[in-house]
Design a binder for this molecule. Structure first.
Ligand code: MG
Length: 224
């Protein structure tokens, strides 16, 4: 009996397009993040805070993934940033071909940092390379500190984790200590940022890390 592994074929096609996205963005010296997190974790809020604090230093563009609405893209647009909305019409993750279309519409000459806000989901988003340099996973303390052991793949594939809503920590049973331990067990060198978007805390540390990564990427691609 002939059996076709559909998922394998889909991922192989996706990865080819992701590689071409990565090449195109690299040639422009653009550093790209695939920002992943559960619905309501604060992905758009983190972006708003990052843009407010760093738009004078870093030229940022955003691709917003969402099932149906343009709510998040409108929020980003208000910060005076170029933003492209991708509506997946119900699909639970973005794919590389969607990003290829979006970057064709962006003015890439004016971008240092491209942030792709993925659809709120910790499962499917882990399987689809979009052509990013790194994945950043956002986790809020109200979700529980067991997320890395329940959804290990996305955390293993992430260069950094942003722990959001730190201002609410005392009202939860979230264990920061357990989180650090579990994350280090999954992936030794993962960066962890403790953030409160509401209190505007921890954003500078996260932004400084990104600035370093942008600089390194530009140098590696021959940009002074
Ligand atoms: Mg959002």
């Amino acid at each position: 009996m002939k059996q076709i592994d559909v998922m394998k074929d889909i991922l192989a096609d996706n990865n080819k397009i992701a590689d071409s996205n990565r090449k195109l963005l690299g040639n422009k010296g653009i550093f790209t993040i695939n920002l992943v997190g559960s619905p309501g974790a604060g992905k758009t809020s983190l972006l708003e805070e990052l843009i407010k604090k760093f738009k004078g230093e870093i030229k940022i563009a955003v691709i917003e993934g969402d099932l149906y609405t343009t709510n998040d893209a409108q929020r980003i647009e208000q910060e005076g940033i170029e933003v492209i909305q991708l509506n997946t019409k119900g699909a639970c993750h973005l794919e590389a071909n969607m990003i290829a279309e979006a970057i064709a519409d962006l003015n890439l000459e004016e971008v240092d940092l491209l942030v792709i806000e993925n659809v709120g989901n910790l499962v499917c988003t882990a399987s689809f390379d979009l052509g990013e340099d790194i994945k950043i996973t956002l986790l809020s303390v109200t979700e529980g500190s067991d997320k890395p052991i329940k959804y290990p793949i996305i955390f293993q594939k992430s260069a950094g984790v942003v722990v959001n809503k730190m201002d609410l920590l005392e009202h939860t049973n979230f264990s920061i200590k357990q989180l650090y331990q579990d994350l280090r067990n999954l992936t030794e060198n993962i960066k962890i940022f403790e953030v409160s978007c509401v209190k505007e805390e921890g954003i500078l540390e996260f932004g400084d890390y990104l600035k370093e990564r942008i600089k390194t990427k530009k140098l590696a691609n021959g940009f002074a």
